[in-house]
Ligand binder design. Structure first.
Ligand SMILES: Nc1ncnc2c1ncn2[C@@H]1O[C@H](COP(=O)(O)OP(=O)(O)OP(=O)(O)O)[C@@H](O)[C@H]1O
Length: 266
């Protein structure tokens, strides 16, 4: 098998400040100010070419942070990321310049990816056709609804033919017809043996589409394996969590907060 993505011990640390003064002191002085917050800790996994991996986990578990690292939008604080191929991220509000029109965004994104003017001219009608946003294509993106932004983002990303596609909740804002069209396109990708990372709050969509699941719990990998094995465990956890009393939930969250502040190691 050919490795598509290798993540080795990835950690993403953010600093939480009480205000701009504390942030400034942290930049200017050698002493450390603010509190550490680990959005991801020691995340390691390997995806093979052709894998379709779903990221699961409750709100704030690190799914989007991981997507952004895979797409090269943010760097990890420590750890190694090996990506074999061209990656495209499709996420609500990602990668589009609000001041530019839809058409200008298509051109800009394609230019940034190294396409020639002639190639862009050829691709543009396909992208516009897939996005299906009518006359809005010549309006600034700031006037788009979130569904329209997602359609344009999706249309650009799938038509530039990436090797690795990262889809972060992008299907949740469009209508069903568009979601079906996107799922068809994603199945086409799957058939071509491309690697896909998929985040959706719809467990049905995840089960139908993904073969593997990476379960994140407060920034750490709890399980990684076939979705048929991981998803039932995750659903059992959700059921258990829902059944907890308020104080049990609080204790669970406090433990997680301490872990994410780097105060406990297990
Ligand atoms: N720039 C940032 N500065 C500080 N903390 C951040 C930053 N970005 C994300 N976080 C924190 O990192 C944690 C992981 O966030 P992330 O968005 O990756 O989670 P998620 O699993 O995608 O959540 P959701 O399901 O709600 O979208 C959260 O606690 C979030 O508050």
């Amino acid at each position: 098998m050919e490795h598509s993505v290798i993540l080795n011990n990835i950690t993403k640390k953010y600093k939480m400040y009480e205000g701009n003064k504390e942030k400034l002191l942290d930049i200017l002085l050698p002493k450390s100010y603010g509190e550490d917050f680990y959005a991801l800790q020691n995340v390691s996994f390997t995806a093979e070419k052709g894998d379709v991996v779903g990221f699961i986990g409750v709100n704030g578990s690190g799914k989007s942070t991981l997507s952004n690292i895979l797409a090269g939008i943010i760097p990890p604080t420590t750890g190694e990321v090996t990506i074999n191929g061209k990656t495209a991220l499709i996420a609500v509000n990602s990668g589009l310049n609000n001041q530019l029109t839809g058409r200008e965004n298509i051109e800009l994104k394609c230019l940034m990816l190294g396409f020639s003017k002639a190639q862009i001219k050829e691709l543009e009608p396909e992208i516009i056709d897939f996005a299906d946003i009518g006359k809005f294509i010549d309006q600034p993106v700031k006037s788009y609804s979130s569904g329209m932004k997602s359609r344009l983002g999706f249309a650009i990303s799938v038509n530039i033919d990436p090797d690795i596609l990262v889809i972060d909740e992008a299907l949740s804002v469009g209508d069903q017809t568009f979601a079906d069209k996107c799922l068809d396109k994603m199945n086409e990708f799957k058939a071509k043996g491309k690697t896909i990372f998929f985040i959706s709050h719809s467990i049905g969509q995840m089960n139908r589409f993904c073969e593997k699941a990476l379960w994140l719990e407060y920034g750490e990998v709890r399980e990684f394996g076939p979705i048929k094995e991981v998803m039932p465990k995750y659903q059992a956890f959700l059921k258990e969590y829902k059944a907890m009393s308020a104080s049990e939930k609080r204790a669970f969250k406090e433990k997680a907060m301490k872990k994410q502040a780097g105060l406990v190691t297990n």
